[in-house]
Design a protein around this ligand. Structure first.
Ligand code: FMN
Length: 220
């Protein structure tokens, strides 16, 4: 598959088939993704691949933390504390698109909460990946991590798999670290990985993008 096609085919997928992903396929994905570049070849990525019983037990713990009212707290600020334009509107539209696809109204806080909770269950994907990096590293390594995470997602497409990168899976980092035996590694994000349920309505929409002219200036 061409890179252009793979880039277009990748989309955030939020419903999966109940079909296991062979470990050999995950290894193949990671083997390719490790070729992602990183400043001075630091290769900051550490990956936890969680499936089976452990995966469900971990989801249960995260859901329980959320439901007990424990405030979510990522290891770093993924989003701004105060939203400004144009990001405020884009963010709002992103949420609206999801709710409209599912027929969830603005007033239906119960279903909104239910849908949010699905995040902590990684949308029932058979595999959940967690991406960590060493805390001694700096902001530059976040750039490297992003490139690695995208490489994983593109390779997944090539293997007929679907993904959803999830900041939400980084909202209770202490629980994830304790469950998986990590010490003080920074939890960058999680990722749902599995075979797309193509019948699921939630997977039926695509998000828009700006035109190239809107974010590019050519200096010639
Ligand atoms: C690092 C990262 C974290 C994200 N976290 C979540 C998340 O917690 N839950 C979710 O449903 N989508 C999450 N997304 C998916 C974005 O909403 C999605 O990428 C965006 O709307 C563009 O849509 P697309 O991925 O289908 O092209 C995340 C994306 C990235 C890159």
């Amino acid at each position: 598959m061409s890179i252009a096609k793979t880039l277009q085919e990748r989309k955030s997928t939020r419903a999966f088939l109940d079909k296991p992903v062979p470990r050999s396929v995950i290894e193949k994905i990671l083997k390719a993704a490790r070729h992602a570049p990183s400043g001075t070849n630091t290769q900051p990525w550490k990956v936890a691949v969680v499936s089976g019983e452990k995966r469900h037990a971990l989801s249960d713990k995260i859901v329980a933390a959320f439901q007990s009212g424990q405030p979510p707290q990522m290891d770093y600020h993924y989003y701004p504390q105060n939203w400004t334009e144009p990001y405020k509107t884009r963010r709002k539209e992103c949420g609206l698109q999801l709710y409209q696809t599912l027929g969830i109204t603005r007033e239906d806080k119960e279903r909104q909460k239910e849908q949010w909770l699905a995040n902590y269950r990684a949308f029932e994907a058979p595999v959940v990946l967690f991406f960590f990096m060493d805390p001694v590293l700096e902001k530059g390594s976040f750039v490297d991590m992003g490139m690695f995470v995208q490489s994983v997602m593109l390779m997944a497409v090539e293997e007929g798999l679907a993904t959803c990168p999830q900041a939400s899976l980084g909202e209770y980092p202490d629980i994830v670290r304790a469950a998986l035996g990590y010490q003080d590694e920074v939890l960058i994000c999680g990722m749902a990985l599995g075979y797309e349920d193509k019948e699921a309505v939630i997977n039926s929409y695509r998000t828009p993008r700006l035109d190239v002219e809107e974010f590019t200036r050519f200096f010639e």
